[in-house]
Design a protein around this ligand. Sequence first.
Ligand code: ATR
Length: 276
Amino acid sequence: MTDRYAVIGNPIEQSKSPLIHTAFAQVTGQDIAYTKLLAPLGGFAAAVDVFRASGGRGMNVTAPFKLDAFAYATDLALSAQMAGAVNAMKFEGDRVLGENFDGVGLVRDVVHNLAFPVQGKRVLILGAGGATRGALLPLLAEQPAELVIVNRTVAKAQELAALAHQHQSGQVPVTGLGYEAVQGQFDVVLNASSSSLGAELPPLHPEVFAPGCLAYDLTYGKGLTPFLKLAQQAGVTRLADGVGMLAEQAAEAFAWWRGVRPYTAAVIATLTVPLV
Ligand code: ATR
């Protein structure tokens, strides 16, 4: 019997998840149907209830429902607790398991797809919202030399640095700073702020990019964002957007649901928007 999955959001037309999961199902031989579900604002729980009652097995969750999904889940993975948001659900009887694969997807893309090891590197992450929260533990698990969180609202960066210290077993120094206080150069600079959604430039000094560094914008499909342009103008040649992260978080969800992890290269090639 065909197992049913869906991505839920509002709007939902733009979602690439059906394309990605249908491609994964084809290459892994899994018998699934994956659709888009538009839920009205305020109607998340009712829509998920209906999907579950009709035999749905799991869902991806996109804006603006990641916090609703966090509240809806009966069992939250540590990744979801850390991110404060759920982007994948698995339905098991009365239980709703909530996960967040964005952080692990990001790190997998950087370390495996882009072949850019983070171990021993100085890492700077821009923003102190949900995207950064979700990335903290997967990044720290790679044992960078240092992790600096930079945010316009300094208190939020400091809170996340404290949260990281509470949860990590290793001893990676984590600091939360304002943009003007960032010192030195970094091997990996990740834009996890929402600046690129509004084509805005974070107030970052171009001197932060170390020679040979990777500049990575977690946004997908916006081409050369102001952040990536800043990096390019500063001489950075390793530039990436979040297309690989998108594919990797989907692969994690697929593996969680189906027990088989698909290769992502073909999906990434299909979805890549040139950085121009
Ligand atoms: P998300 O869940 O996508 O991380 P969020 O929780 O709303 O979204 O957080 C957005 C982050 O992007 C915040 O850290 C925000 O900075 P402030 O906390 O100082 O507002 C950051 N951000 C948004 N626009 C930005 C810009 N133009 N420059 C730098 N940071 C920006």
